[in-house]
Design a protein around this ligand. Sequence first.
Ligand code: SAH
Length: 362
Amino acid sequence: MLRWRLSGINFSRMNEPGVPTPAMLRSRGRDQAKLHERAANAARAKFGDRVFVRAVVEISNFCREDCRYCGMRRSNRALTRLRARAEQLTELLLQHTPASVTDVNLQAGEDPVAAREVALPLIRALRKETDLGISVCLGTLDPALFAALKDAGATVNILKFEMADAENYSQFSAPGTLAERTETIRYLAATGWHVSSGFIEGLPGQTEEDLLANFSLARSLPLRGCSVSPFIPGEETPLADARTGEAEVTLNCMAALRLMRPDWVIPAVSALNLAQPGSGYARGLGTGANLVTINLTPPEVRKDYLLYKRDRFIMTEERILDEIARAGLTPSRQSLAEYYKSNPVNGAKAPHAEQRAEAART
Ligand code: SAH
């Protein structure tokens, strides 16, 4: 009964414009090349040849969560826990941010202490001294802390829903519950943040139906962007022996997202290069991705920010600029934060209206 109902929903959605079909996610060869080209053209129609370049700085690997897929999970006793000093990072960012970088993303395990003691002063200093757009990816924090981060000058919040099925979400011990995570996303958007989310392709046991459900959830949320990352088994996690996600499927998901939402900011994640050594990243840009990331975490602490595994693939400015040029694209001079601000979604009401329509259909 349940299966019938679920496949019924998928079938009706297959005919809806913009919603990916199983065939899209499976495509290979000529069909796949055409799919990626269509997606890349959709991005160009909306963004021209511009790609946003954002630096990521990891500010703490302390984490109160225990996600089974993540190396920073609190049960990982093998990890040396570090919290950066605000002054050290302020100096790093004021002195050494590469010229092409227009935005900074401060990322951490779920560590409210780091959000308060490292992120806040750092954001204030950056707001005072630079034009850099400021994003945070710090997990689910309490409303007062979110408000303080926004008052300090951060405008973009990255909160990935990780996977769209509540049961799987709890099986993987992802943060809180899926309902809380999506409520937080809605709360952030309602309180003036530009919110980006994301999901993981290729988690152990993920079915095609699970994968497709991510698109339905993403389109129902008030988002300005969304990422797809291939699952990378982390050494010190319960999933250490699981298989890596499939780069081809991740790329097809990225193309499908682009066609579903031509105006979203979709990153080419560096994990693509782990899933497909040598060419993953460039192919990400070929699916219409329009954001790239340069890792500026100080090298001496980088080895301990183990999202996934020992040989994290680090993109330097040189490598990034090279990939952008090879894809026939150019780094955007306008920051992502500025882009969001000057291109509001239709009154920011559209996603909610669509959400209601979606609810009425199902
Ligand atoms: N504490 C923050 C940031 C978490 S780390 C938060 O809760 O949002 C940033 C992202 O890394 C996660 O949201 C997750 O999508 C991704 N990630 C973690 N482990 C991963 C893995 N093994 N493979 C792929 N992506 C992973």
